[in-house]
Design a protein. Structure first.
Length: 186
């Protein structure tokens, strides 16, 4: 019994630590997913860092729910049609052909990053009441990922404010990325 509790406690602690290892915060804004966090985690006061923003096309839950609902309706209609067709088939003795297509997204596909937004988005970081505007630069290797250089000058909870347009759609979002810590004492 003690071994089971120890394993359970270890598993619970592992889940918490893994969740904290990637501390980016995400929100869906219209048709887009936006994640904001630190380029280097954990952020340490006095160490060069950057705010990292990744913007991808959202696979809308509403669209998926609608598609699933449509598939369910389609299933019901197919059942009704089969019932009617079976009556017709018995009468006419003709074979029936049915084809069903799915509109569900395929799983395991990587989200497509939205490129070219470094000039259409404004980003500022507020840390302990001090606001700093960032210049975004798109990552050349990761389409849709942008970095704004920022060296935190103190410990505290930052606030990242993103405003502008994504493909002519106005956006304004606020994030609370991971807290800035103090350097380790030697």
């Amino acid at each position: 019994m003690k071994n089971k509790l120890a394993v359970l406690a270890f598993f619970a602690l592992s889940v918490v630590l893994i969740g904290n290892a990637y501390a980016h915060k995400g929100q869906t804004v219209g048709d887009y997913n936006m994640e904001v966090g630190w380029k280097t985690e954990p952020p340490i006061s006095g160490k060069k860092n950057a705010i990292e923003i990744t913007i991808t096309q959202a696979s809308s839950d509403k669209k998926i729910a609608k598609d699933n609902h449509m598939d369910h309706e389609s299933d019901e209609k197919t059942k009704d049609a089969k019932a009617n067709d079976s009556k017709l088939t018995k009468e006419t003795k003709e074979p029936k052909q049915t084809q069903k297509t799915s509109t569900k997204p395929s799983h395991g596909t990587k989200a497509v990053g939205i490129s070219g937004l470094s000039k259409t988005l404004e980003v500022d970081v507020t840390l302990n009441g001090k606001k700093t505007f960032l210049k975004l630069v798109e990552d050349k290797k990761n389409r849709g990922t942008y970095h704004g250089a920022f060296t935190p000058d103190a410990e505290g909870q930052p606030l990242v404010h993103v405003v502008g347009k994504i493909k002519k759609i106005p956006v304004e979002v606020t994030f609370h990325p991971e807290k800035v810590g103090l350097p380790a004492k030697k």
